[in-house]
Design a protein around this ligand. Structure first.
Ligand code: IMP
Length: 197
């Protein structure tokens, strides 16, 4: 295993941080959010999940001098030609909240027959700002519900149906969500890739 003792986590999203800390807790690594070092969010100027994950990881590593992990993720909806995609967090505008994003999504899909969608996640590790990145990816396929269900998770979880369990992502326990989710898959793939080096 090539992981160091301490890694900075390049995210200010509390929901994501909770999940990522849990996903990495079996490793002997301290995962410290970048906010603990006073590092603000990077500008996500990329047009792919890979580009944005790399931008965020390099930004956190450059600001702290520590190895960094970042995740970039979003919801890809077939009937919307892949939107909101990399713009999932800002879908309903610059002052977007989870609630306003869900409202916009339900409006846009009003009456749609095809409600298939997928959460995608790319996790990225850099040992330093200038070093070669290591990536792990995950995809969780499901459907967009017509109304909210459950109160767990964050983001679009209340309207994302996991077909295997028949539950909304917000109805899954944190453990069950991590076992199935795009983020769980991506972090497991990343840890495996790092272990192989
Ligand atoms: P990012 O910080 O640019 O990666 O934004 C990801 C956005 O995608 C989040 O703010 C959510 O809106 C959405 N998203 C990503 N992963 C999840 C998830 O696991 N559940 C619900 N929404 C998610």
């Amino acid at each position: 295993m090539r992981l160091p003792e301490k890694i900075v986590m390049a995210s200010g999203n509390a929901g994501k941080l909770r999940e990522i800390e849990r996903l990495l807790e079996h490793l002997d690594v301290a995962v410290v959010p970048q906010s603990d070092f006073g590092v603000s969010d990077a500008d996500e100027t990329g047009v792919t999940f890979e580009e944005n994950a790399l931008i965020k990881a390099r930004h956190a590593a450059a600001a702290t001098g520590l190895p960094a992990i970042a995740d970039d993720s979003g919801l890809v909806v077939d009937a919307l030609d892949g939107r909101p995609g990399v713009y999932s967090a800002r879908y309903s505008g610059p002052a977007a909240t989870d609630d306003s994003n869900i409202d916009k999504l339900l409006d846009e899909l009003d009456g749609a027959e095809d409600r298939s969608a997928a959460f995608r996640c790319v996790a990225c590790y850099v040992a330093s700002a200038g070093s070669e990145p290591v990536f792990g990816k995950g995809e969780w396929c499901g459907e967009i519900l017509t109304e909210r269900r459950g109160d767990g998770g964050f983001g679009y979880d209340p309207v994302f149906l996991d077909p295997a369990t028949g539950l909304a992502s917000a109805e899954l326990s944190a453990e069950d969500k991590n076992a199935r989710s795009h983020r769980g898959q991506a972090l497991r793939a990343l840890v495996e890739a790092l272990g192989r080096d």
